[in-house]
Design a protein around this ligand. Structure first.
Ligand code: SAH
Ligand code: MG
Length: 224
């Protein structure tokens, strides 16, 4: 069978999604309302949402921190893997995105399990540290790409040992150019070399191209 690379990626994605990551009405509705509200269509694909859900369940997470809410699509996937007394806190800069997300989470029956904090994520992270907030089991970074490296420093102290630091959009053609250090590359280099983290970048299918989710397990409190 002769297929273009794009068609192969689309076919693989349709196969995984059909078998493992079919959207129900709440997820479909969240995606549609996000688009109708004029927000960008940059949520994780369904198959990656399912991967997030599997990871949340694998570490038996009760507290999840998300950096970058958009319309709450990835939050729905993750919050559904929480126990009834679990919590997901999602940080979002744009008031309007937070409003759309709150509606989507309510429609999914998750309003009681998810809190959205509006403001710059770095300030919210500093506040968590000042308040000695209980540690998180999973932290999912998916906001402004140049901010990832700062989010790593600010968020790692908030993650328990045995918890997962996840970072979306970590694989693109930028990695093919060794002289290019833009977007999430500084984060990936730092996470890969960090003594407290056991890390790998997993390729993720996105319609007709490939992106990535970096998965880092916190194995100690070492900082250098
Ligand atoms: N996780 C979402 C997609 C997030 S898109 C999903 O997969 O469904 C990235 C989001 O990060 C946008 O909503 C954007 O407004 C937000 N963002 C950008 N800069 C931010 C900052 N400094 N602090 C918090 N959120 C930010
Ligand atoms: Mg993303």
């Amino acid at each position: 069978m002769s297929l273009s690379q794009e068609d192969r990626i689309r076919g693989y994605d349709a196969y995984i999604t059909g078998l493992c990551a079919q959207e129900d009405a709440a997820l479909r509705g969240a995606r549609e309302r996000t688009e109708q509200a004029g927000l960008p269509a940059i949520a994780v694909p369904a198959a990656e949402g399912k991967l997030l859900q599997v990871l949340v369940r694998a570490v038996q997470a009760k507290r999840i921190l998300e950096i970058g809410t958009l319309g709450g699509y990835s939050a729905i996937w993750m919050a559904r893997a929480l126990p009834a007394d679990g919590t997901l806190i999602s940080l979002e800069l744009e008031q309007r995105h937070a409003e759309v997300a709150r509606e989507n989470l309510a429609q999914a029956g998750l309003a009681g399990r998810v809190e959205i904090r509006v403001g710059d994520a770095l300030s919210s992270l500093a506040q968590f540290r000042e308040e000695h907030a209980p540690l998180f089991d999973v932290i999912f970074i998916d906001a402004d790409k140049s901010g990832y490296i700062r989010y790593l420093d600010a968020a790692l102290p908030l993650l328990r040992i045995g918890g997962l630091m996840l970072a979306d959009n970590t694989l693109s053609d930028i990695v093919l150019d060794p002289s290019n250090h833009e977007r999430t590359k500084p984060y990936c280099a730092a996470a890969a070399a960090h003594p407290a983290l056991l890390s790998v970048i997993t390729p993720q299918l996105r319609e007709d191209h490939i992106d990535g989710l970096m998965i880092s397990l916190k194995v100690s409190d070492a900082s250098d």
